[in-house]
Design a protein around this ligand. Structure first.
Ligand SMILES: C[S@@+](CC[C@H](N)C(=O)[O-])C[C@H]1O[C@@H](n2cnc3c(N)ncnc32)[C@H](O)[C@@H]1O
Length: 158
């Protein structure tokens, strides 16, 4: 999760004010938890792993941190909400349609969904596909954090 936060929000010497990072934590004891990090509102965050470990630990213990919210909410609820808000939903999958600028505009309403090291369940994938389309970065399988970096790079060069 730390690596995904890093590649979503941070650039060298700056951070992305137009990115909102969402993570769904499905582990015990309070699953599902939705952690949201707003690039625009984020304050007092360095890029090292131990700082982020402390920040996430704090928010999980209900301490506040500017730009970060936490709530009980499932992946399905977030996807539905984002669809209702008009987001273009893309499920990152090596077997999807190959990334092209004509498919993905440089639009703040894009939501990119990546799985973790295990990948998404069949049910989760089926649910997302009611609202979105699969997008591929090629046949190689990359780390989730690398996919986020590649997407940002491709959108930056639009
Ligand atoms: C480390 S991979 C998941 C590995 C998992 N064992 C699997 O086979 O799905 C993490 C996530 O990165 C995304 N991903 C990895 N390679 C990709 C590619 N070439 N194109 C699009 N998405 C990719 C997918 O969303 C995947 O769930």
């Amino acid at each position: 999760m730390y690596q995904c936060i890093l590649t979503s929000i941070f650039k060298s010497q700056a951070h992305r004010h137009d990115v909102i990072f969402h993570a769904i934590l499905n582990g015990p004891p309070n699953a599902p938890l939705h952690v949201q990090i707003s690039g625009e509102d984020l304050r007092n965050a360095h890029i090292d792993e131990s700082s982020w470990e402390q920040i996430i630990r704090n928010v999980l213990h209900k301490k506040t941190h500017a730009g970060i919210t936490i709530e009980r909410c499932s992946l399905q609820e977030i996807i539905k909400k984002k669809h209702q808000e008009g987001s273009n939903i893309f499920l990152l999958d090596s077997k999807g349609d190959y990334f092209q600028k004509s498919l993905v505009s440089n639009d703040e309403n894009n939501l990119f969904v990546v799985g973790d090291h295990v990948g998404l369940s069949r049910n989760e994938e089926g649910f997302i596909m009611r609202y979105g389309r699969k997008l591929s970065l090629g046949r190689e399988k990359y780390l989730a954090a690398s996919c986020i970096d590649i997407i940002n790079y491709l959108l930056d060069s639009n």
